[in-house]
Design a protein around this ligand. Structure first.
Ligand code: DAH
Length: 341
């Protein structure tokens, strides 16, 4: 601070003006809100003890010959301070007093979404592939009578597949016969042929039930894909092509399909269907030409109508595709397993 009484040289005054100016720069630059700018204003321009006031008072101590220059420097400082203060006031006014830290452009917190079960995914994928081949997806009941589960499929009364130990017979009966949880989706072949006349191309994917002990490849409830085509001139070649296209559509172009001679009461000839993918042959199900006895059971003339049918295990093809070693994993409902699909 300059003394009022002692002489003040012009250089001293200019030095003090410079110090005041840089102090003002620091004060205003550090003022983050209106209150801080106001504190700076009082310190710099306050009428009683502001820095500018002190410099103004020292002007009278400058030698009269230098007072003009001193006055000019003083006025420059005064104008500069007024402009700097106005700029600082404008700056803090443009900004809200307190900035609420919300960035509305940030992405929201996503709620975890589930997805369909791998078995359901498989069912939908197979339906899609078969739809492209003209096969319509149809449903059938899971509680069945013995006509649709056995008789109409030419499964005779003494056949082991009808053994009460191999089926879930219900305490509920229709007529004299107990109903059962269907043991195969072949029931839907009968239901469709009873209602509709050829040409027919259907697939039916759904649950079937057998009292098996659960292990890596068995479960008391599982899913099958049933396919049925009834059209003039249908042959085993069409059957094999259809299954190959299904296999390629589902597992990719590297897959191979093989037939092995077999027997089913409702097909003649009958085959087991194996698929090879990644160097391993796996049995996927059965197939064949619809047995004349089945056609007759639904009132079709076996002399003029022919068709093919197939039944594959949904869990088997899903396990094959995804490399699942134990089908029980599909039903444990462990999200760590399910999230992988
Ligand atoms: N229903 C048979 C089963 O569960 C599988 C089957 C074999 C279905 C041959 C068919 C077929 O349609 O033609 O073992």
């Amino acid at each position: 601070m300059l003394s009022r009484v002692a002489d003040v040289s012009l250089d001293e005054l200019i030095g003090e003006i410079g110090r005041c100016r840089s102090a003002a720069e620091d004060l205003l630059a550090g003022a983050a809100d209106a209150a801080a700018v106001e504190r700076a204003r009082v310190e710099l321009l306050g009428a009683r003890s502001g820095r500018l006031k002190a410099i103004q008072k020292s002007l009278s101590a400058v030698d009269p010959s230098q007072r003009r220059d001193a006055g000019r420097h003083f006025n420059e400082l005064k104008d500069w301070l007024a402009a700097a203060l106005a700029a600082a006031q404008e700056r803090v006014a443009a900004r809200p007093e307190r900035v609420v830290p919300i960035d509305v452009t940030l992405p929201g917190a996503a709620a975890p979404l589930g997805h369909v079960h791998p078995i359901t995914q498989t069912i939908r994928r197979v339906e899609e592939i078969m739809a492209r081949l003209g096969f319509e997806s149809v449903d059938g009941p899971e509680v069945e009578d013995q006509w649709h589960n056995f008789d109409a499929l030419a499964i005779p009364p003494e056949h082991p597949a009808r053994d009460p130990l191999d089926n879930f017979f219900l305490a509920v009966a229709r007529g004299a016969e107990p109903l059962l949880l269907r043991s195969q989706t072949s029931t839907v072949q009968i239901r469709v042929m009873e209602r509709r006349r050829p040409p027919l191309r259907i697939v039916s994917l759904g649950r079937v039930y057998r009292p098996d002990t659960a292990d890596a490849t068995h479960y008391p409830m599982f899913h099958q894909v049933e396919g049925l085509l009834v059209e003039p001139g249908a042959t085993m070649a069409h059957l094999k092509t259809t299954l190959r296209l299904l296999a390629v559509g589902f597992l990719g172009p590297g897959v191979r399909v093989r037939f092995r001679p077999s027997f089913f009461p409702f097909t003649e000839p009958s085959v087991e269907v194996d698929m090879e993918w990644g160097g391993r042959w796996v049995e996927m199900g059965g197939a064949g030409m619809v047995d004349p006895a089945v056609l007759a059971a639904v009132g079709l003339d076996p002399e003029t109508v022919s068709g093919f049918a197939f039944g594959l295990g949904v869990e088997r093809i899903a396990a094959r595709r995804h490399g699942v070693a134990d089908i029980r994993d599909f039903y444990r409902n462990d999200v760590r397993f399910l999230r992988q699909f």
